[in-house]
Design a protein around this ligand. Structure first.
Ligand code: DQA
Length: 145
């Protein structure tokens, strides 16, 4: 089982960026967490981050024929990007949307998610644990197929 974990803009600044919202763990710790969790559940994990919308689209497309599931936190592009929505639809890979913070309790503009329409599940506000929960969800889904 191959799971791709894809993170959008400013998530490379985890641990530095607004720690009261996103916590004190850094991006490297997030990658270590998802890779260790992958090893525990029998999944090979790739960890990708970009601050650029087109690069995120390219990475989603690269998953085609390779990944069995995608965990994506599109960060700010969640609220604006039809291109990321279309890329997830295009590859047809089961995808879980994750947000570290509870976007439903923040500014109104964060209540809108373009990518959600292409996702099998959304997990918000569980901190970094949301990523491992998303992986568990995908494992169950993939194994049921
Ligand atoms: C985020 C929430 C987004 O609104 C924000 O732009 C982010 C991170 C989260 O993980 O909580 O960059 O996706």
């Amino acid at each position: 089982m191959n799971i791709a974990v894809i993170n959008g803009p400013n998530l490379n600044m985890l641990g530095i960026r607004e720690p009261e919202i996103y916590g004190n763990s850094g991006y490297d710790a997030l990658c270590e967490l998802v890779k260790a969790h992958g090893a525990a559940i029998g999944a090979a994990v790739t960890c990708y981050q970009s601050n650029h919308e087109g690069d995120l689209v390219d990475e989603i497309q690269r998953c085609y024929g390779k990944a069995d599931g995608i965990v994506i936190n599109p960060a700010a592009y969640t609220h604006t990007s039809v291109a990321i929505l279309d890329a997830v639809k295009a590859v047809g890979i089961p995808t879980v949307e994750v947000h570290i913070s509870d976007v439903s309790k923040r500014e109104d503009f964060r209540h809108v998610s373009f990518v959600r329409a292409a996702c099998v599940k959304t997990i918000c506000g569980h901190g970094l644990a949301g990523y491992t929960e998303a992986m568990d969800y995908l494992k169950t889904l993939i194994e049921a197929k």
